[in-house]
Design a protein around this ligand. Structure first.
Ligand SMILES: *Cc1c(COP(=O)(O)O)cnc(C)c1O
Length: 369
């Protein structure tokens, strides 16, 4: 039995032990809610702590498989694009594998996310107008595919459309949940959706496990998007099979994906009754991020808190009830978004400074902290 996700290697691409790169990704805790479930009136609310992965997001499961596969295929480097967590994940695993990683990023990438990538030694190029011009975006993807082909590099873009081999790492989340629930399935899994790869990977994992879906009830999978970028949920509501085109006004990093590469796959699952969609306004998601920290001790990034925001919405609409066994995928760690941490801190009372003598005096006066 391997460590990290390699424990489930029979469900992953065939990669020799010597090429299996791991930093201990996966096997993330499934934590039962102590307070929020009770406050909402849900008896069985769980958090799948993907924020506990080595670089702080579930993208490590993808990077582990993708970088290992690159080694096995004799690739000499990895190349890709990202605005955030995928870059940090691939940079870490490429560093461990001794493979160079070339990353093309938005001209105005969030500096904190760029910093995490740079610490792992990746070579980064900012592309002018990438992020604002759709034409530049399309050219970047084409460039990456062409240079990968020419140089014998591995393309690392975290969507099934671009790298289904690497993305198969996401399926291990479903296998772990099945094990954690003692060989049973929860009733519903709430999944943050940007490009749709996380959702699609979890759906594939459960499909693998349930085999004959007629006989074994697999969980309902709920796609939770920002209302500012709800192209998939809107399409589901309108009975369409392709995401509805339109720009993003979402302010949540990781969920600003107006052209979701795996959106069609998500719609295939929820369109056939395998789940449903929830679109949540960003301020509501931020409130749930704060509540998770204050009521459960879980500090996650906004993109992760949206799954819990989706739970509340589904409960109010009667799509789940107090007896439902519900899992929220907590996809990324709080430290990923320093700006949001500061915004939360700014709402707290100012931190006072006193002498220890005055503290002792107050204590003796019966007026402690
Ligand atoms: C990438 C990411 C998502 C969105 O995943 P998609 O596969 O793009 O739908 C959600 N949360 C976090 C923390 C992420 O890093």
């Amino acid at each position: 039995m391997g460590i990290g996700i390699w424990k489930y290697k029979q469900f992953l691409p065939p990669i020799e032990t010597g090429h299996q790169v791991t930093i201990g990704e996966g096997n993330t805790p499934l934590v039962k809610s102590r307070n929020i479930g009770r406050e909402l009136g849900l008896k069985h609310l769980y958090f799948k702590m993907e924020s506990a992965n080595p670089t702080g997001s579930y993208k490590d499961r993808i990077a582990a498989v993708g970088v290992s596969w690159a080694l096995q295929q004799g690739k000499s480097a990895c190349v890709g694009t990202t605005s955030g967590n995928a870059g940090a994940a691939v940079a870490a695993y490429a560093a461990r594998a001794g493979l160079p990683y070339h990353l093309l990023v938005l001209e105005h990438i969030v500096e904190a996310k760029l910093a995490q990538v740079l610490t792992f030694g990746a070579s980064v190029t900012k592309i002018k107008n990438f992020g604002s011009s759709e034409d530049v975006g399309l050219k970047v993807f084409r460039y990456i595919e062409q240079i990968a082909e020419r140089m014998n590099w591995e393309t690392m873009i975290t969507a099934f459309k671009f790298n289904p081999t690497a993305m198969s790492g996401v399926k291990t989340i479903s296998h772990e949940l099945h094990t954690d629930f003692g060989g049973k399935f929860p009733d519903a899994v709430f999944i943050p959706v940007g490009g749709g790869g996380l959702f699609t990977g979890i759906a594939k994992g459960f499909k693998e496990l349930s085999g004959d879906v007629e006989r074994v009830k697999s969980p309902a999978l709920v796609a939770v998007q920002s209302a500012g970028c709800s192209n998939i949920v809107d399409a589901w509501r309108q009975g369409k099979t392709e995401p509805v085109p339109g720009d993003s006004t979402a302010q949540i990093s990781g969920l600003q994906v107006p052209n979701a590469p795996d959106g069609k796959d998500v719609l295939q699952v929820i369109g056939r009754g395998g789940g449903w969609g929830e679109a949540v306004p960003d301020p509501v998601t931020w409130q749930w991020q704060e509540r998770l920290a204050e009521h459960e001790g879980i500090l996650c990034e906004p993109a992760a808190a949206i799954s819990l925001a989706g739970v509340e919405q589904a409960l109010q609409a009667g799509r789940i009830d107090s007896d439902s066994v519900v899992v929220c995928i907590v996809s990324g760690a709080g430290y990923k978004d320093a700006g949001r941490i500061q915004a939360m801190v700014d709402k707290k009372p100012l931190v006072p400074t006193h002498t220890i003598e005055s503290m002792i005096e107050s204590m003796n006066d019966g007026d402690p902290i």
